[in-house]
Structures are given as structure tokens and as C-alpha cells.
Design a protein around this ligand. Structure first.
Ligand code: FAD
Length: 460
């Protein structure tokens, strides 16, 4: 049996970052992966969807160019080329990641890994005998998968696709029905409506994207003009391409679509790798971990989507760093001080326009009992935003403050580049900074990020 300092199960963002960092510390590391290195994010998640969304953005800009003095003539989308570019980006990034891992000294072990104890793993790779590995420490990073609810007519229906199926569509669907208005559903709705599909989003709740501040979510919905949103509506069955629904008020109806995206959420991958057999604690259908990413089994850590703490690649990165720090400290007989703090993890939605946020929404801050002040500022205060997007483009920032201390509790943005400058707000939250910290900071001019500074000063 081969011995390693650390064995990692799953080579998504959590797993590969942990492997890279541990190998850099000269530890002997094995990274087990049953499909593609890079996991959901690189192969079928963040990277392919953002590549598609960039093509949609280019298309929109080209069509709107006349108002900005750029005439392009007949602008068309070459869908096979859009898909080919996405495939090229994913393949090249994956190859480069594999190379970086190998160069860094990480041993990539292909196959389906299964815990046989808190310090041992068996890897099935089609050979007659599994490859057996044992390790001082194990990190579980098996990720998550789409939830397919038991709605009659969904299972085995070729018209119903999950997010992975949407990545290899042969054509742009004329009519797309998106079931579930969360982050993934709204990104696909934005993408295909920008490319000319007639898109309907059916959402059971009274607003889209639960992570968003409700007011900002409503603004996003209004900004996605070409998308029809049916809120408070539940899909009751699917008959071929016919989606049957019922509203909260009991009104029934149906609509036809050429493609139906099922995007009602993702579930932690807790099965098939020995969690139950080894006695790993499972809570709320995810691997239970403390703030250092330790599980109930000594020597075993879990990170990323499988922990149920967050379903974001950068949260998986952070959990990896926290687990690595803890493993290194444990090897020195010490305890790590690093912890994973979900409250300061920013999120971004790469729709057109994009949205991003960090910390409490107005509703959450009130529910937590904070006495708050709310600042709202339109993106129109930024000269660059106007120059690039025109006078009527949607864009807004909202800052939630604790009234007495002026501590920043949440920052929510809708508009161009929101995903690029939300990290600054995350830093303010992470460092528990007051509003004056944003007022006294010098922002480059002219940038859209200046809306943060303008909003901070508008409070006075
Ligand atoms: C369509 C879509 C778009 C997304 N966009 C974004 C975005 O823009 N930004 C963002 O932050 N997040 C985004 N996400 C979420 C992001 O992809 C995940 O949060 C991230 O990939 C989680 O990383 P992870 O390491 O926990 O797991 P994963 O990336 O899911 O990786 C887990 C890996 O473990 C492997 N594995 C599982 N079990 C075993 C086993 N028994 N043996 C061997 N290997 C195993 C899997 O094959 C997989 O490769 C998106 C997700 C989707 C689906």
C-alpha cells in the first residue's frame, strides 16, 4: 500500500488548491479524480458558463454599438463557434492546471475513490484490484451535483436538461423554459435571452436569486427585460416539451419550450465514497465540519460544496486554505488560527447586467436584530459607467450599515463590473471596517468602482 502525507478525494477547486498548497510545503500528496481535473467549476460550471456569457455580451455590445458610434452591419451569433471557443478555453485551462499540479509534485490518481477508514482510500480504476492508498490526513472534496426533483415527466425526458446538458446544446433554443430562478437559472436565462431565445423562468418563491437583497433582485428582474419571470409558481409536471405549472393562487397553465433547464439547486455528493461506512457525521445532507474544516473523524477534513457551507468555487478555495493551515499546524503539534467565515464570502452573478454582493441583505440584517441605515446610490454617478453603458442602463449599489457604529454589514451591487470590485467590499466586511474606511480610500478615476466611494459619501 502506498503511503502519503495527504490524500485528497476530488480534484475540483477545493481539492486541487489544497493539493497545490500542500505539495508546495514538500508533503507527499495524492489527488484522486474520477472524471476531469478542475471539477465542476472548470469543466461544467464557472468557466464554460462565463465563456458563453462573454460571447453573449460581445453580441449585445456589437448590436448596441451604433449608439456609441460603431456600426457593424449584420451581427449574427455562430453558435457552433461559441461552443468551440468554450471547449477550447476549458481544455486549455484544464491542461495547464494538470501541468501545474504535476510540476508542483502532486500525484494525480485517476479513478473512483472510496474511504476504507479515516486514513485509507481504495481507488477503483477499471483494473482487477483497486489501488490502495493510506495517509496521515485525508481531505474530502467531492463537490455537488444537480438536484432533479421527482416531478412527473422529468426523468428520462430528453427535453429536460441540467446545467451540464445546456453546455452542449446543438442550437440556440427558440424557446427556453428555466425551472428555478437561482443563480444558475438566471445566468442561463440571461445568456439565452441575449442570444435571441424566448426565455421564461418559473420560480416557486416570490423573488428570484435567494442570496440577493430582495430589492436588488427585483431590479435585476426588471433589467432582464427579454426574460419572462413567473414568480410564486410551481411546475407540477412536464409532458414532452410542455411544462405544466400552478401558481400559489391555484391558477393552472402550461407552456411549450424547445429546451427545459432544471435548475432547482445542487446537492452535496455524500454518497458512493464511504462516508456512511466510515462513520463520518452527515448534517443537513452534507459532511459536517467545524470552522477549521475538521470532520468528526480525527485526521479527516472536508472542504467545498460537499460541506454544504457554500456552493461557490472561491469558498471552496478558502476552505482548502483553512484545512491546509490546520493540517500543517497539526503536523507541528499546533492548532491553526485560520477559520472559514461564510459571512464574508462574496458572491457574483454574471448575468447581463451582472450582480454581486457580500454580507447581510437589508432583510437579514433586520432579522438579526441590527438597527440599520441603508444607503442606495445609482451607478449613474460614475462617468465611466455612463460612457460605456448609456444614460438608461440599470445599475445600483446598496450598503447596509449598523447605525451606531457605522460598521458595514452588507454591500450589494447591480451593474457592470460588480463581480470585479465586490472583493473590496468583502475586505471591508472581513476587517469589520466602518463606512469612513470607504470614504477615506482613494479610488482610481474614472472607474465604475467609484460608485462605492460615492455611496459611502452620500451617507453624509
Ligand atoms: C453551471 C454552474 C456555474 C457555476 N458558476 C460559478 C461561478 O461563476 N462562480 C463560482 O464561484 N461558482 C460557480 N459554480 C459553483 C462551483 O462550480 C462549485 O462551487 C465548485 O466547483 C465547488 O468546488 P469543489 O471542489 O467543492 O467541488 P467540485 O468542483 O464539484 O469537484 C469535485 C470533484 O470531485 C470528484 N469526485 C467526486 N467523488 C469522487 C470520488 N469518489 N472519487 C474521485 N473523484 C470524485 C468529481 O468528479 C469532481 O471533479 C457553478 C456551478 C455550476 C454547476
Amino acid at each position: 500500500m502506498a503511503h502519503y502525507d495527504v490524500v485528497i478525494l476530488g480534484a475540483g477547486p477545493g481539492g486541487y488548491l489544497a493539493a497545490e498548497r500542500l505539495a508546495a510545503e514538500k508533503l507527499k500528496v495524492a489527488l484522486i479524480e474520477k472524471t476531469d481535473v478542475g471539477g465542476t467549476c472548470l469543466n461544467i460550471g464557472c468557466v464554460p458558463t462565463k465563456t458563453f456569457l462573454n460571447s453573449a455580451k460581445l453580441y449585445a455590445h456589437a448590436r448596441e454599438g451604433t449608439a456609441f458610434g460603431v456600426e457593424t452591419g449584420d451581427v449574427r451569433v455562430n453558435w457552433p463557434r461559441v461552443v468551440a471557443w468554450k471547449d477550447e478555453v476549458v481544455t486549455r485551462l484544464r491542461r495547464s492546471l494538470e501541468l501545474t499540479l504535476k510540476k508542483g509534485g502532486v500525484e494525480i490518481v485517476r479513478g473512483q475513490g472510496k474511504l476504507t477508514g479515516a486514513h485509507s482510500v481504495a481507488v477503483e480504476n477499471g483494473a482487477s484490484e483497486p489501488v490502495l492508498l493510506d495517509a496521515d490526513s485525508i481531505i474530502v472534496a467531492t463537490g455537488s451535483s444537480p438536484i432533479i426533483p421527482p416531478i412527473p415527466g422529468v426523468k428520462g425526458n430528453p427535453a429536460v436538461l441540467d446545467s451540464t446538458g445546456m453546455l452542449s446544446l446543438k442550437d440556440i433554443p427558440q424557446r427556453l423554459c428555466v425551472i428555478g430562478g437561482g443563480v444558475i437559472g438566471v445566468e442561463f436565462a440571461s445568456l439565452f435571452s441575449s442570444l435571441g431565445s424566448k426565455v421564461t423562468v418559473i420560480e416557486m418563491m416570490d423573488e428570484i436569486v435567494p442570496v440577493m437583497d430582495k430589492q436588488m433582485a427585483m431590479m435585476l428582474r426588471n433589467a432582464l427585460k427579454q426574460v419572462a419571470f413567473m414568480l410564486g409558481t410551481k411546475v407540477t409536471s412536464v409532458d414532452g416539451r410542455n411544462v405544466v405549472y400552478e401558481t400559489n393562487g391555484g391558477e393552472k397553465g402550461s407552456l411549450e419550450a424547445d429546451a427545459i433547464l432544471m435548475s432547482v439547486g445542487r446537492k452535496a455528493n455524500i454518497e458512493g465514497w464511504g462516508a456512511q461506512e466510515t462513520g463520518l457525521e452527515i448534517k443537513n445532507r452534507a459532511v459536517a465540519t467545524d470552522a477549521h474544516q475538521r470532520t468528526n473523524l480525527p485526521g479527516l477534513w472536508a472542504i467545498g460544496d460537499v460541506t454544504g457551507k457554500s456552493q461557490l468555487a472561491h469558498a471552496a478555495y478558502r476552505m482548502a486554505e483553512v484545512a491546509v493551515a490546520d493540517i500543517l499546524a497539526a503536523r507541528r503539534g499546533e492548532r491553526s488560527v485560520q477559520e472559514f467565515v461564510p459571512e464574508t464570502v462574496p458572491w457574483a452573478l454574471f448575468s447581463l447586467p451582472e450582480a454581486a454582493g457580500v454580507g447581510y441583505t437589508e432583510h437579514e440584517a433586520k432579522a438579526k436584530g441590527y438597527d440599520i441605515d441603508v444607503i442606495r446610490t445609482p451607478y449613474g454617478v460614475s462617468g465611466r459607467f455612463i460612457a460605456e453603458n448609456g444614460f438608461s442602463a440599470p445599475g445600483s449599489i446598496k450598503i447596509i450599515l449598523e447605525k451606531t457604529s457605522e460598521r458595514i454589514l452588507g454591500v450589494h451591487m447591480l451593474g457592470a463590473y460588480a463581480s470585479e470590485h465586490i472583493w473590496g467590499a468583502a475586505l471591508a466586511l472581513e476587517r469589520k471596517l466602518p463606512l469612513s474606511a470607504l470614504q477615506n480610500m482613494v479610488f482610481p478615476h474614472p472607474t465604475v468602482s467609484e460608485v462605492i466611494r460615492e455611496a459611502a459619501w452620500s451617507a453624509r
